[in-house]
Design a protein around this ligand. Structure first.
Ligand code: GDP
Length: 294
């Protein structure tokens, strides 16, 4: 994960190693290298500039020039700023409600259905009573896919193959959950290959009808800057609560993970790192920053 960014940042830090004192010029030069590494990793240019301006200011403020280990202190400042950039504290999802409804939205192929199965599995392991709902009325294969995943993780899947109205499917699923004592309903919505009006209207309609306690937007981290743009569009329409970054096991350059919080102002809540049902982690900004720095 993020090997490329990690290499570039380590390269930027190389000049700091083994130095007792680093001159002002070195701080400026190293900061510039850090900025370049971030932009190369697809981090939005404005975001990269803001964070590196802060890094430089902090470095000069803390008088690293006269500190004992200026190199280490510089790296620590970068770590703090990366953590802050990704949202600081980890944010949990809201599972309160009777039942709580978690709405999953995102483009087709983003990993939405896979994540829906993983989340059901995670909540089940926490002892929660979960019902999955297939609200994709366009692709029968999507319903089948969710059923297979549900079976795999031992969670019931509610579907109505003949019903072409996702709003009533979601409402009926909630009624069904109440009847059988399930406390959390996860609704997997339809995805499209690109954002379109009908798709947005449909998810908005489901949102108005079922009043979810949590709306999660799923996005493929490999799509870099596009991931951030898609997140922005979905957020404008849905005002979602959190982001799920998928396919971080691939060679994602990291830009999405680093820019989304700043640009969309919504926390990343989960990261998906594989196709297996276990490959899901809560997102901890500090751990991710450590990982990026290697
Ligand atoms: P949806 O169209 O958004 O529901 O996407 P799917 O859940 O069907 O996922 C699309 C493809 O990406 C499938 O082949 C999944 O197995 C794969 N996939 C989903 N999440 C991940 C992940 O975190 N890592 C990897 N490597 N593949 C994933």
């Amino acid at each position: 994960m993020f090997e490329n960014l990690q290499d570039k940042l380590n390269n930027a830090f190389r000049t700091l190693k083994g130095k007792d004192r680093i001159s002002d010029i070195n701080v400026a030069a190293t900061t510039k290298e850090v900025r370049k590494a971030l932009v190369d990793a697809d981090v939005n240019f404005k975001v990269a500039k803001e964070i590196t301006d802060r890094i430089r200011e902090k470095a000069l403020d803390r008088k690293i020039l006269i500190s004992v280990e200026p190199g280490q202190m510089f790296v620590k400042i970068v770590q703090e700023e990366l953590t802050e950039l990704m949202g600081g504290e980890a944010k949990a999802i809201n599972t309160k409600g009777d039942p709580a409804v978690i709405l999953i939205a995102g483009l087709q192929g983003s990993g939405k259905t896979t994540f829906t199965g993983k989340l059901a599995y995670l909540l089940k392991k926490q002892g929660k009573q979960v019902l999955l709902t297939a609200a994709d009325v366009y692709r029968p294969a999507a319903i089948e896919q969710l059923k297979v995943l549900g079976e795999q993780v031992g969670v019931e899947v509610y579907s109505e193959p003949e019903n072409k109205n996702p709003v009533t499917i979601a409402q009926n699923a909630i009624a069904h959950a109440r009847k059988i004592g399930k406390k959390i309903v996860i609704v997997d919505t339809a995805g499209r290959l690109a954002v379109d009006e009908a798709m947005m209207q449909e998810v908005e309609d489901i949102k108005s009808a079922v009043k979810p306690s949590e709306i999660l937007f799923v996005v493929d981290s490999m799509t870099g800057q596009d991931a951030v743009n898609t997140a922005k569009t979905f957020n404008e329409r849905l005002n979602f609560d959190g982001v799920v970054l998928t396919k971080l096991d691939g060679d994602a350059r990291g830009g999405a993970a680093l820019s989304i919080r700043q640009i969309v102002d919504k926390p990343i809540k989960f990261i998906s790192t594989g196709e297996k049902m276990e490959a899901l982690d809560s997102f901890y900004p500090d751990r991710m920053a450590s990982r990026i720095l290697g």
